[in-house]
Design a protein around this ligand. Structure first.
Ligand code: APR
Length: 239
């Protein structure tokens, strides 16, 4: 039996798969990673000049311009065959959860309904002062519709910021109660998100990894599929 057949068989026996995804998931969509984006037009900047609370405080216009640039790139891209395969699995009756470190919103765009976007959604804004109800798609101005301050910022988690407690809790529950876990396209280096997959390793259900490169998870997973997410997922999730 090939590794793909083994994974298909394990998936078929499951009811509640979780897909834990990172930047590699969106590679075939053509989305540059945060670091790739900085390497281009913004190469005079360090990550801390563009993606920290202090950078926003010092120069909100510059930070917003950087995020508008990233949004424009993402608008030119679309979910790939991997995102679509995960969404189709849900439509065929599985209780699928997606826990993602990606901010592109492509799992939702592909049709997945239970997505925990640990690092936020880059296409949305929210008030930096924490106003409830300030979330909105796209920015028409920097003014928060609730407090009216010039405080709208992209709805992403910046360096030095904590993940949303509730989201982290719900992601942990999804991973602790799943019956098969897929770790896809993540280097496993960024905590606390990577810690969720570490937790799963101790549970004893099958853990599958898809990544062209080995990662800190690879030695511990049950099956490692070396290669692209968009190549393997349709073969695994397809009818
Ligand atoms: N399919 C699957 N995996 C791939 C593919 C592909 N086509 N191409 C690359 N990869 C793998 C790489 O081998 C690497 O292990 O995707 C991983 C991407 O790693 P990172 O760039 O570190 O991305 P990620 O793990 O998501 O980073 C976590 O760090 O930059 C911050 O907040 C940002 O959410 C991000 C977090």
């Amino acid at each position: 039996m090939t590794k793909i057949e083994q994974v298909r068989r394990l998936l078929k026996k499951s009811q509640s798969p979780v897909f834990f995804t990172g930047a590699g998931m969106s590679k075939e969509s053509g989305i540059p990673t945060f670091r790739d984006a900085i390497d281009g037009l913004w190469s005079d900047n360090r990550p801390e000049d563009l993606a920290t609370p202090s950078a926003f405080h010092a120069d909100p216009a510059k930070v917003r311009a950087f995020y508008e640039y990233r949004r424009a790139t993402i608008r030119d891209c679309e979910p790939n065959a991997g995102h679509l395969a995960i969404a189709a699995l849900e439509n065929s009756g599985f209780h699928v959860s997606v826990v993602t470190q990606n901010v592109d919103g492509f799992h939702e765009a592909a049709g997945s309904s239970k997505v925990f976007a640990l690092h936020g959604n880059i296409m949305e804004d929210r008030c930096n002062e924490g106003c409830p109800g300030s979330h909105a798609m796209g920015r028409h101005s920097g003014i928060c519709p609730v407090c009216k301050k010039d405080a709208l910022r992209p709805n992403v988690v910046w360096f030095g910021e904590s993940l949303d407690d509730d989201l982290l809790l719900r992601s942990t529950v999804a991973i602790m109660t799943c019956d098969i876990l897929f770790i896809i396209g993540t280097s496993g280096l960024v905590y606390p998100a990577a810690g969720l997959a570490d937790l799963a390793m101790q549970r004893g259900f099958p853990v599958i990894e898809i990544n062209p490169e080995a990662t800190p998870f690879t030695e511990q997973v049950d099956i490692f599929l070396p290669g692209a997410a968009a190549k393997f997922l349709p073969k695994i999730c397809g009818a």
